[in-house]
Design a protein around this ligand. Structure first.
Ligand code: AHG
Ligand code: MN
Ligand code: MN
Length: 338
């Protein structure tokens, strides 16, 4: 019992390590923790109550909005607004960034960008889903409403990022720039307990994760890399294993623990891939670098890209360093689009 370290205790203990040491950031992470518990409770009931299925609307990107997408968006927004540490949020489920109007919120210095429910096509089939978040200090003056510039900062300016995976157990994983730490939820106690301190991804892995159904539309470099993964070269541990859940959070989490690469490249029909830079790729890039891996768009470090739009998409390669470097090398060698 005395060995249990809760997320709340850990955050306070590590507070002085934050590059932006402040009780405010601790409190902000506390609101994310609270919303995660509420969403977790609802997800666990998903098969029992009439909450799955479409609400009939579409978000700005023309995707079906699932009820749990909307629910998670509302809960995270409400939790972030209530604690007064955040002046605004941008979300996959909101067309525009949302400014919190209370004076206390306006006087706060952080903005949050989030994918409240990642992998939503997996909700109905009892497969892991997640939440992804990314935190920045605003660049606009405190006391005023947040501006577009606050949300369009490059990933290398993140002060914290993390995800929650609602899986066979629920975990919250985060970084404030001093390593990546994971906490497993104990539903009987209602607390996240430190289970994975200072997570590290192996430099080499043997799992590759990609929606291979799109193979014909991939750039030549990615096709060549997939064939490389499948070659029979026992001294190099090849052929690798293919694993694809279709929830970025879950695929990322597995590859992080075991060593591997997740890829969502550009395709002939989606020249920028599918994943969103600000609330999917940047937070995952920050986390993976803290764990010793890398994240790239095939050429450039994800966190060095300068965002131009809230819902901007970008090709994404993330995971074990040597695997990401290898696919980058293939993309350089075979620059053809298909
Ligand atoms: P979201 O549910 O937030 O829209 O994200 C889904 C993303 C990501 O989680 C997943 O890896 C990818 O879409 C799967 O896309 P495909 O079905 O095209 O493989
Ligand atoms: Mn997503
Ligand atoms: Mn989503």
């Amino acid at each position: 019992m005395s060995d249990i370290r809760t997320l709340g205790e850990f955050i306070v203990e590590k507070q002085t390590d934050f590059p932006h040491a402040s009780g405010e950031l601790s409190s902000l992470l506390g609101s994310i923790k609270l919303a995660a518990k509420i969403v977790n409770r609802e997800i666990n009931k998903a098969g029992l109550v009439d909450i799955t299925g479409s609400v009939g609307g579409e978000n700005i990107q023309g995707e079906d909005q699932q009820k749990l997408d909307v629910y998670a968006n509302d809960k995270f927004k409400a939790a972030l607004e209530a604690r007064d540490q955040v002046c605004g949020v941008a979300s996959e489920e909101e067309d525009e960034a949302v400014a919190f109007n209370k004076e206390l919120n306006r006087n706060s210095k952080y903005v949050v960008l989030m994918d409240p429910l990642d992998g939503s096509s997996n909700i109905d089939v009892n497969v892991s889903v997640g939440t992804i978040f990314s935190i920045y200090q605003r660049v606009s003056p405190v006391g005023t409403p947040p501006t577009q510039e606050d949300f369009l900062q490059p990933g290398n300016r993140q002060v914290a990022a993390g995800y929650i995976i609602y899986g066979s157990s629920t975990m919250l994983v985060y970084t404030t720039g001093n390593g990546m730490h994971g906490f497993t939820y104990d539903p009987s106690l209602g607390v996240f307990c430190l289970s994975h301190e200072n997570m590290r991804i192996p430099e080499d892995g043997r799992i590759y994760s990609i929606n291979e159904g799109n193979y014909i539309r991939f750039p030549m470099g990615v096709k060549k890399y997939i064939k490389h993964c499948q070659e029979d070269v026992p001294e190099d541990n090849r052929p690798y294993t293919s694993r694809y859940i279709g929830s970025l959070v879950a695929d990322f989490h597995r590859n992080l623990l075991k060593g591997g690469i997740y890829m969502y490249p550009s395709t002939a029909t989606h020249p920028n891939g599918k994943l969103r830079l600000l609330y999917e790729c940047n937070p995952m890039a920050f986390l993976i670098e803290q764990a010793g891996g890398i994240a790239s768009d095939g050429k450039t470090r994800i966190m060095d890209l300068k965002p131009t739009e809230l819902h901007q998409r970008v090709p994404f390669f993330v995971g074990s360093t040597n695997m990401v470097r290898k696919v980058e090398a293939f993309l350089e060698e075979y620059p053809e689009q298909q």
